[in-house]
Design a binder for this molecule. Structure first.
Ligand code: FES
Ligand code: FES
Length: 192
């Protein structure tokens, strides 16, 4: 047995595990985070995708001991109490879910894609998600959902209409304190 520690969805865990235990089984069977499914036994489907230290990985292709000391985010860590992640909302609104088996992995992979490319084309989305298989939807609505989530994230980042960018306050000549002036030396301009 090997002792490991990691933070998953904001909670710190310490455990003794078999060195051969896969991360996905650690998440599901030890931590009870069954939102991350296992969809194959060939590391092909991507259903088990999670974020490991800022990059999306197939958690069936990583040993739990390899994630020792890491920060893991699963699909269960995306929503806050108050609202869903924009990708979760978009998958719901664009009917990008049928059986739902691929959805956690699709969303985690799409989240990683949008971090790299906040304004992807449909082709870039298809290319970015090519490691994730969906057996139901035909992918069209998944692409639409990622486009919608990308637009929503850009909208949230954009400054509100009428908002001014922060600038240093401008002092009037009457109120501005006189700036100390260094004496100019020959060959050197005085500071402005
Ligand atoms: Fe991990 Fe299929 S369960 S890739
Ligand atoms: Fe069923 Fe994608 S919705 S596998």
């Amino acid at each position: 047995m090997t002792r490991i520690a990691m933070t998953v969805d904001g909670t710190h865990y310490e455990d003794e595990v078999e060195p051969r235990l896969l991360l996905v089984h650690y998440l599901r069977d030890r931590l009870g985070l069954t939102g991350t499914p296992v969809g194959c036994d060939t590391t092909n489907c991507g259903a088990c995708t999670v974020d490991l230290d800022g990059a999306s990985v197939k958690s069936c292709s990583v040993l739990a001991v390899q994630a020792d000391g890491s920060e893991v985010t699963t699909i269960q860590g995306l929503a806050s109490d108050a609202e869903w992640h924009p990708l979760q909302t978009a998958f719901h609104q664009q009917h990008a879910v049928q059986c739902g088996y691929c959805t956690p992995g699709m969303i985690m992979a799409a989240r990683d894609l949008l971090k790299e490319n906040p304004d992807p084309s449909p082709d870039e989305i298809r290319h970015g998600l090519e490691g994730n298989l969906c057996r139901c939807t035909g992918y069209q609505n998944i692409v639409r959902a990622v486009l919608a989530a990308a637009a929503e994230e850009r909208r949230r980042r954009a400054p509100a209409p009428g908002a001014q960018t922060e600038t240093a306050p401008v002092a009037s000549e009457d109120t501005a304190p006189a700036a100390p002036r260094a004496p100019a030396r020959a060959g050197q301009e005085a500071p402005v």
